[in-house]
Ligand binder design. Sequence first.
Ligand code: GLP
Length: 241
Amino acid sequence: MQLEIVKDYDALSKKAAYILASQIILKPKSVLGLATGSTPIGTYNELIHMYKNGIINFSGITTFNLDEYYGLNVNDKQSYHYFMEQHLFNNIDIKKENIHIPNGKANNMDVECQQYENSIKEAGGIDLQLLGIGQNGHIGFNEPNEKFEALTHLVNLDTDTIEANARFFDSIDKVPTQAISMGIKTIMQSNKILLLASGENKAEAVYKMIKGNITPELPASVLQLHSDVVVIVDEAAATLL
Ligand code: GLP
């Protein structure tokens, strides 16, 4: 793991965007794994800025998002489909057919999960996967004690996660209790991984991810086993390191 500690959220967003931009410039047909949550918003803003200034373009890029809430429509304002459109896709030149996000309303979840895995394979695998981290150490929506061998699947969300994500909903009882998520194995199959963490509320998860035992109890700890991971944290998230 390559650890980069930067001053604050702005510096983190810039550094992350530069790594993604470099991937795009070096391989214009890259397959990117994308994340949602508050953390990558600054990175997406920087990418949009670079796109508008003619530094990068997304015309050959294919994307796969990590996860989606179970049961939400694509145009639901709390869905990750909507999030991605607002924060990135509507502002760049990516082709609609190259965007992949799990369908939280699929009739048959097993088929949806299998098809998602097949699409990643058909695209040639993920070149660079962007990740955030949950306060409980989750990546994607892989909660503590999920199997490391899991591929894309339907997950039950932890109470911690539901509470943490309630800020995006009108009330806590509106937060879905399940989600469809790439599994740990899907994530680990990516060629490169870029994980971002900002703020003191992530400090414990960051510490355990880097210094702790490799255990399904702290899903992100599995990244210690990957050969090409860059972790960018701001000073607040690095306080326990
Ligand atoms: C959600 C997402 C994760 C994300 C996490 C942290 O649960 N499924 O992919 O990393 O939240 O979000 P935030 O960046 O808002 O702290």
